[in-house]
Design a protein around this ligand. Structure first.
Ligand SMILES: Nc1ncnc2c1ncn2[C@@H]1O[C@H](COP(=O)(O)OP(=O)(O)OP(=O)(O)O)[C@@H](O)[C@H]1O
Length: 230
């Protein structure tokens, strides 16, 4: 269980989170939804200890984020920009396997993503969607307890979205704590056990049922922003 207690955060005068409290459970996928620029990535960075927090605390199984081993329980790579251009796919997998002392088999992960053919290519020679698949592979390879995904379907074609969904089901089965930030409400509706909306610096927990699209419309869609162009 990951518990977040009274977490607040601002970039200078811009308040992003205001005394937010929630918990994430093992074996559950929690969706995180909000319009552009609301603070989803900021929240993921805070949980991964990549931004300094002054107010609030978070714990994994009671262990506070200020303790040394906390960081080694969470995997978060914001986007493909975090991959190393000159290193091959295989190099990345080996690096993560070694750093995380993971027992996940390299060949098994490559096979699940059907990426055996490009395993020796450097990242700079891959397409955007291929890089995204590599990023997802690293999550699986890390075998970390807490997995924070920022728009994981970015640049993926429909087939690879299905591959990602299989991956998510597998990770849930393994008891991972998963926070999945996305604008793809349709896919989240399929996958998520719970969905959080982020609005006015607060988390609102929503039921993941047929009403989720209407709720999004009511809470977030600002008709005045969609201007007539013709
Ligand atoms: N390093 C930073 N310094 C100052 N402000 C920042 C910084 N990073 C993000 N912001 C601001 O914080 C707000 C939230 O940004 P964040 O990236 O967390 O949003 P998001 O919900 O992930 O958006 P998107 O859906 O577009 O990815 C935005 O208004 C952004 O301009």
């Amino acid at each position: 269980m990951m518990n977040v207690k009274r977490l607040s955060f601002s970039y200078k005068s811009q308040s992003i989170l205001d005394e937010v409290s929630f918990s994430l459970k093992k074996g559950e996928i929690t969706g995180l939804v909000a319009p552009n620029g609301t603070g989803k990535t900021t929240l993921l960075k805070l949980l991964a200890n990549l931004l300094p927090t002054k107010q609030g605390e978070f714990l994994i199984d009671g262990e506070n984020q200020r303790e040394m081993s906390y960081k080694k329980r969470i995997f978060f790579l914001e986007n493909v920009e975090g991959l190393m251009r000159e290193l091959s796919v295989l190099d990345h997998l080996k690096m993560i396997q070694s750093f995380w002392q993971s027992e996940v088999e390299l060949s098994w992960v490559l096979e699940k993503f059907s990426l055996e053919d490009i395993q020796n290519k450097p990242i700079r020679k891959l397409s955007l969607g291929q890089k995204q698949s590599v990023l997802l592979m690293l999550y699986v390879m890390s075998d970390a307890e807490v997995l924070l995904f920022d728009e994981p379907t970015n640049a993926l074609d429909p087939t690879n979205v299905l591959v990602m969904n299989e991956m998510m089901d597998y990770l849930r089965e393994k008891g991972k704590i998963i926070l999945y930030s996305s604008h793809n409400l349709e896919n989240l509706k399929l996958l998520a056990d719970r969905i959080f909306f982020l609005k006015n610096q607060k988390i609102i927990e929503m039921e993941n049922d047929a009403s989720i699209f209407n709720s999004y419309q009511t809470l977030f869609v600002q008709e005045e922003k969609v201007k007539k162009w013709t």
